[in-house]
Write a protein that binds this ligand. Structure first.
Ligand code: FPP
Length: 269
């Protein structure tokens, strides 16, 4: 390893959080992947896959309410997604606006609080207004926080945080993990406990890189439009299973923790 300058990090700052995770995750983050492949297998245009993806999203929101998961973050549009063909980009913008128009009443009645992470500078006015309306209308709801990552990218988030820390002239000795977290888009939200990625890919793709430090990962070959309540249940079961092993290791220092430890990636189907 290359020589490094003396660590400016206190041991407490660097140590992983010593908390046993609860059996049910408090915060699930989802990389909704596979819409295009789902459509191609059916001979449909990609946007038909994205539209089917909105139905999967509706099912997963309902299931999070049912399973009492309090926070769901979804990766709806990344800063890299602008590289897609213009009609697909426009289609994704339109779909989000349509989902808000059509589902806002139901989401509100079900106690869903909508939040947004990312930047709305290049987003069409209609969509920007729809997002603002959804956030304002649902701000007091408490059953489920639906955190929509739209035009979000984690590296850009970190760059912006650093720029703002410098602009605020924060003294170096005051910069610690807690301070950095206050400058991230997710300020005020706990880190995700469980990250789900569909369609068989095994990457974070610039999603919540800082916040994912201790997250469990559940990767499934299921394409996002086929994902729903039952598979979310399996993901939760997988998470709970890993936690039981982790707890065993904590309680029985030096004891047998069995094969396949808490770091395994869940697979289903
Ligand atoms: C990745 O599938 C998915 C996206 C880039 C967008 C996710 C959008 C939805 C689930 C629809 C809901 C939309 C909003 C905006 C709320 P992909 O197109 O990369 O699939 P592929 O890897 O099979 O091509």
């Amino acid at each position: 390893m290359a020589a490094r300058p003396p660590a400016a990090v206190s041991p407490a700052d660097a140590a992983p959080p010593e908390r046993a995770r609860p059996a049910r995750p408090q915060h699930i983050a989802v990389i909704m992947d596979g819409n295009g492949r789902w459509a191609r297998r059916r001979g449909l245009p990609r946007l038909a896959g994205h539209r089917a993806g909105t139905e999967a999203l509706r099912r997963v929101i309902e299931a999070c309410v049912e399973f009492e998961v309090p926070i769901l973050t979804i990766y709806a549009f990344s800063t890299e997604n602008w590289k897609r063909p213009p009609h697909e980009v426009r289609g994704l913008m339109f779909l989000l606006e349509e989902v808000i128009e059509r589902q806002l009443d139901a989401l509100d009645q079900n106690g869903v609080q909508i939040r947004h992470i990312g930047w709305l500078d290049h987003v069409p006015d209609n969509l920007r207004r729809a997002i603002a309306r959804a956030i304002e209308r649902t701000a007091k709801n408490e059953r489920l926080v639906l955190n929509v990552a739209f035009n979000y990218g984690s590296r850009h988030e970190i760059v912006r945080a650093v720029r703002r820390i410098v602009a605020d002239a924060v003294p170096p000795e005051e910069i610690d993990e807690a301070l950095i977290e206050r400058y991230l888009e997710t300020a005020g939200l706990p880190d995700p406990d469980l990250i789900i990625r569909t369609s068989g890919e095994m990457r974070l793709s610039n999603f919540l890189l800082w916040q994912a430090a201790y997250a469990e990962i559940y990767a499934t070959p299921t394409l996002w439009p086929d994902f729903g309540r039952d598979e979310l249940r399996r993901a939760l079961d997988s998470y709970a299973e890993r936690e039981r092993r982790y707890g065993g290791r904590l309680d029985e220092a030096g004891g047998d923790v069995g094969e396949g430890t808490a770091v395994g990636v869940g697979q289903s189907g």
